[in-house]
Design a protein around this ligand. Structure first.
Ligand code: SF4
Ligand SMILES: [Zn+2]
Length: 340
């Protein structure tokens, strides 16, 4: 069996191995795997079995991550593996997060070479995204690939649940440029019951990486009856605003998937959630639903429509050089240039 690469951040704990990568804090017996299903105790050493194993690769619009304020109109060579350290019953990607999906070998240098070639063909390709399943459970691979990508002038983007311990997170701080982080709800109860995880470490991740200068956007999948309480959404938005009110928040529509079968989020619920969050934050979007309204960047000062989106692509835009609203002069929080 291919065991991948020896994992980082573990120690022997008697007969078991204690993994320190994430707050699941697994103590893994010989021959067993951690909660993430990709870290294996083999003969007293811990192995990252998904190292260099790729389940999906595509040149995606950056808007698809979703990142709306990071090089708008650009593309990212997007890579995914398998495995996840949360167990969300509503997972929208469960075929690769919770199952051993078919994969092929893609070494870090090959991934970077692919991204360089993608940029040669399409200059709007600005880098790599580690996405689809949970990239923090692909830790060693992301670390190596991101370092090589940096040397080639490529950006590194994570699409993540943010559920990682402080020490390993530090190892990524200088390598990653941008992240979309899921804050799945704003109660510990939700994380415990529906994800088998905890909220507090996720909040810490958002605070730490924003403090380290990453471009950060946050996504919350709004699930009817579970996390759509207006007070809870207001608390989430208020907390995010206390870090930086210019962090974009994406409120996305839940559809029945994996173990959860309740009907999709009503559109009115999303609209109300958008209104609640907008009271605290400069940029709020709705996603996974038709219509342009929720995907348009509005000036937080005067409400002028600055960037319209058609699906995942940029449509009409009205933003002057320097990302200033042409109507009121407000500076709009955009990282990097608009590429179209
Ligand atoms: S990374 Fe995997 S094995 Fe390690 S603590 Fe987290 S879930 Fe457990
Ligand atoms: Zn304006």
């Amino acid at each position: 069996m291919d065991t991948g690469r020896e994992a980082m951040y573990y120690e022997a704990a008697g007969e078991r191995i204690h993994c320190h990568l994430c707050p699941q804090d697994c103590r893994i017996a010989q021959g067993q795997r951690g909660v993430c299903r990709v870290r294996l105790n083999k003969d007293g050493r811990l192995w990252a079995t998904n190292y260099s194993r790729c389940t999906a690769r595509a040149l995606d619009p950056t808007e698809k991550k979703p990142l709306y304020h990071f090089y708008p109109g650009s593309y990212l060579l997007s890579l995914g593996t398998f495995g996840c350290n949360l167990k969300c019953g509503f997972c929208q990607n469960w075929q690769i997060s919770q199952r051993d999906a078919p994969s092929y070998r893609l070494l870090p240098e090959e991934a970077v070479q692919d991204a360089v070639q993608a940029r040669e063909v399409n200059p709007r390709c600005v880098g790599l995204a580690y996405t689809y399943s949970e990239p923090l459970m692909w830790y060693e691979y992301v670390l190596e690939t991101a370092a090589l990508a940096r040397q080639k002038g490529l950006k590194n983007v994570l699409v993540t649940n943010g559920f990682i311990n402080r020490e390993p997170l530090k190892g990524l701080l200088d390598l990653i440029d941008a992240a979309n982080i899921d804050v799945k709800a704003f109660t510990e109860d939700f994380y415990r019951k529906h994800c088998k995880g905890r909220l507090e470490p996720v909040k810490e991740t958002v605070e730490v990486v924003r403090g380290a200068g990453w471009h950060v956007e946050v996504t919350t999948l709004v699930i009817p009856g579970l996390n759509d309480d207006e007070k809870e959404l207001a608390d989430l938005a208020r907390w995010l605003a206390s870090i930086d009110k210019d962090i974009p928040l994406h409120l996305t529509r839940y559809f029945p998937n994996y173990r959860y079968s309740m009907p999709a989020t009503p559109l009115d619920t999303l609209k109300r959630a958008w209104e609640v969050a907008r009271e605290h934050l400069s940029y709020v979007y709705t996603g996974n639903m038709a219509g342009r309204e929720g995907s348009t960047t509005l000036c937080p000062q005067c409400g002028h429509a600055l960037i319209c989106r058609e699906g995942m692509h940029l449509g009409q835009r009205d933003l002057s050089h320097g990302a200033q609203c042409p109507q009121c002069g407000q500076t709009i929080a955009i990282t990097g240039s608009i590429m179209s």
